[in-house]
Design a protein around this ligand. Structure first.
Ligand SMILES: Cc1cc2nc3c(=O)[nH]c(=O)nc-3n(C[C@H](O)[C@H](O)[C@H](O)COP(=O)(O)O)c2cc1C
Length: 498
C-alpha cells in the first residue's frame, strides 16, 4: 500500500514533468522564446537542442524541438545555406542539391508560425524562419525557435545571404560559477557570389537571339512569348519526351516524378521536336526560361544545357517564374553549369509580379540592348531576276512572324500576276494574322489576303478597305514599278535588312 502511494506520487511528478515538456513542444501556441543571451549558452531555454546561425559577421542562437524533421536537421549540421526573403514575412533557404528528402515521419503537419519560429515547409522542402507572424499553414512543420530578439538581426538582412547553422556546445556543468566558454567568434562565411551587375552587353546588331523555355502550367510560356515578341527572337519550347502530368508535378508528394528526378539528379529526355527546331550555331544569345521547382530549375533544363555543351561561347540570360520563391538559387545552379558561357542575369517573376511583367520585360530588354527596333523602321529586301526592291515593314503579328522567320533564314516565294493589279505569292506556312487590322491598300502596298494567305503587292489601286487585307509594308521608291514589270512566274527572295 505504502509502495503504491509512492508509485502514484512518482507518476504525478512524471506527468507534471511531461506536461512542462509538452508545453515546449512545437504544437504550443505561445512564442516560447528563451531569455536573451549573448553567446548561446547564457540562460539557454530548458530542453531542446541549441543551435547557432552565423551570417554577415553575426551569430544568433535558437533551440530546436524534438520531432523527426528537427532531428533530421540536427543530423545535417553544420549546414551552410543561402537564405533570401520570402513574402516580406520569412527568410527561407533550400537544402543543397542532391540532399536527401526531409524525414517527416514523425512531425506535426501544420502550425501557426510566430516571429522567431524556425520551420520547414514540406511541400517545397525549404527552411523558413519567420520574422512576422503568419496564419495557420498546412505543411508547415515547426522545428523550434530563435531566442528573444535574435530574429531582428536575421530580418535586417537583404538579398541572398549565406548562413551557417551549427550546434552550440553546451557547457559541461551549467551551474558552475564561471561563465561557460564563449563560442569562438565564427568566421564570417564567404558571401555567395551575387549575380553580376550586368553592364549593357555589346551585342552586335546581326546577332540572332534564341528564347527557349520549359513551362508546365503556362506562366513561363507567357513570359517567353513576351520576351520573344519584344526582342524579335526565335522562340522554341522545351518539350519533354514524356510529358509531365499533374501527379508528376505534385510538390506535396515526395515520390512524384519531379521530386524523384531531382533526388536522382535525372536528365529527363527532351522531344526531338525541340531539338530539330534549334540550330544552335545560328544564335549567339540564348535566353532560357523555366519555372522554379522546389527551389531549383526543373531537371529538364539541365538536359538542355548539357545537350548543347554548356552553351559554350554564347551570351546567356535566364528568366524564371515561381509562386513566390526567389530565383537566385536556381540561377546560381544554372550559372555553375554554364562555365564556358557568358551568363549575364536572371529575370524572375513571382505570382504577384507577373501582372506587371510587360513593363519589366521591356525595361530589361532595353538594358540588355535586346529590345527590337520598332517594325516601322525594319526593312525587307525583295530580290528577283537580278534586281532588288525594299519594303518598310508595318508593325503587326504578321510582320512579327515574318521577321522572326527571316531572322532564321531568307525565304523564297514564287510570285505571279493576279488580276492585272497585284503580284502575289504564297508564304508557307501562312503568316500569323491573329493580331493585325485590315487596310485600304494603295499602289506600292504589300499586303496579305487573309482568306488565301497570299502576299499581294498592289501596282494598281483596285481594292477598297477590307478586313481581309493586312498591311505587311510599303514598297519604297519606284520598287512597285520594277515588281509590276515582271512577267509570268518569278522567284522572289525575301531578306531582312539590318
Ligand atoms: C513541382 C513544382 C514545384 C514547385 N516549387 C516551387 C517552389 O519551390 N517555390 C515557388 O515559389 N513555387 C514553386 N512552384 C510553383 C511554380 O514555380 C510556379 O507556379 C511557376 O510560375 C510555374 O510556371 P509554369 O506555369 O511555367 O509551369 C512549384 C510548382 C511545381 C509544379
Amino acid at each position: 500500500m505504502k509502495h503504491s502511494k509512492l508509485y502514484l506520487v512518482f507518476i504525478a511528478i512524471l506527468c507534471a514533468f511531461i506536461g512542462i515538456f509538452t508545453a515546449c513542444s512545437p504544437s504550443r501556441t505561445d512564442s516560447g522564446n528563451s531569455g536573451s543571451n549573448d553567446n548561446g549558452n547564457v540562460n539557454p531555454p530548458s530542453g531542446g537542442t541549441r543551435i547557432q546561425m552565423t551570417f554577415d559577421g553575426q551569430t544568433i542562437y535558437g533551440t530546436l524541438d524534438d520531432n523527426s524533421v528537427s532531428r533530421d536537421l540536427i543530423s545535417r549540421l553544420p549546414l551552410t545555406l543561402d537564405f533570401s526573403d520570402y513574402n516580406g514575412t520569412e527568410k527561407i533557404a533550400y537544402l543543397p542539391e542532391g540532399s536527401a528528402a526531409w524525414d517527416t515521419s514523425d512531425a506535426p503537419t501544420s502550425c501557426v508560425p510566430k516571429e522567431g519560429d524556425i520551420t520547414m515547409y514540406s511541400p517545397w522542402g525549404n527552411l523558413a524562419i519567420f520574422y512576422h507572424s503568419f496564419r495557420q499553414s498546412n505543411g508547415l512543420i515547426p522545428l523550434g525557435r530563435l531566442d528573444d530578439g535574435e530574429i531582428d538581426k536575421l530580418a535586417a538582412m537583404s538579398g541572398s545571404f549565406s548562413v551557417t547553422i551549427s550546434h552550440v556546445e553546451q557547457p559541461d556543468k551549467p551551474n558552475v560559477p564561471d561563465q561557460p566558454d564563449i563560442p569562438d567568434k565564427p568566421d564570417v562565411p564567404e558571401q555567395p557570389e551575387q549575380p553580376d551587375n550586368p553592364n549593357t552587353p555589346e551585342i552586335p546588331e546581326e546577332n540572332n537571339v534564341l528564347v527557349v523555355y520549359f513551362s508546365y502550367s503556362g506562366n513561363t510560356k507567357t513570359i517567353a512569348e513576351m520576351i520573344a515578341e519584344k526582342s524579335g527572337a526565335t522562340l522554341v519550347e522545351i518539350i519533354a519526351q514524356i510529358p509531365y502530368t499533374a501527379a508528376d508535378t505534385n510538390y506535396n508528394d515526395s515520390s512524384s516524378r519531379s521530386q524523384v528526378e531531382r533526388r536522382n539528379d535525372a536528365r529527363p529526355e527532351i522531344s526531338t521536336t525541340t531539338y530539330s527546331a534549334i540550330d544552335m550555331d545560328e544564335y549567339s544569345v540564348v535566353m532560357i526560361g523555366y519555372p522554379i521547382w522546389n527551389g531549383y530549375e526543373p531537371m529538364i533544363i539541365r538536359t538542355f544545357i548539357e545537350h548543347y555543351n554548356g552553351l559554350a561561347g554564347k551570351t546567356v540570360y535566364t528568366f524564371s517564374t515561381s509562386a513566390s520563391s526567389g530565383g537566385s538559387t536556381a540561377f546560381n545552379s544554372i550559372k555553375g553549369r554554364l562555365t564556358s558561357a557568358d551568363v549575364k542575369e536572371n529575370l524572375h517573376f513571382t505570382r504577384s509580379s507577373l501582372s506587371s511583367a510587360e513593363s519589366t520585360v521591356e525595361e530589361k530588354l532595353t538594358e540588355w540592348n535586346l529590345l527590337k527596333q520598332s517594325n516601322e523602321t525594319m526593312r525587307m529586301k525583295m530580290s528577283f531576276n537580278g534586281q532588288a526592291i525594299f519594303v518598310t515593314l508595318a508593325d503587326n503579328s504578321a510582320t512579327a512572324d515574318l521577321i522572326a522567320r527571316l531572322k532564321v533564314a531568307a525565304i523564297t516565294i514564287e510570285f505571279s500576276d493576279f488580276g492585272g493589279s497585284e503580284k502575289i505569292g504564297y508564304p508557307s506556312p501562312a503568316l500569323d494574322v491573329s493580331n493585325a487590322d485590315g487596310c485600304d491598300p494603295v499602289v506600292g502596298d504589300l499586303t496579305i489576303y487573309t482568306p488565301w494567305g497570299n502576299l499581294a503587292a498592289f501596282y494598281k489601286d483596285t481594292a477598297g478597305y477590307s478586313d481581309s487585307l493586312v498591311l505587311v509594308g510599303k514598297i519604297e521608291d519606284n520598287g512597285i514599278e520594277i515588281l509590276a514589270a515582271q512577267s509570268g512566274t518569278f522567284t522572289v527572295t525575301l531578306e531582312l535588312v539590318v
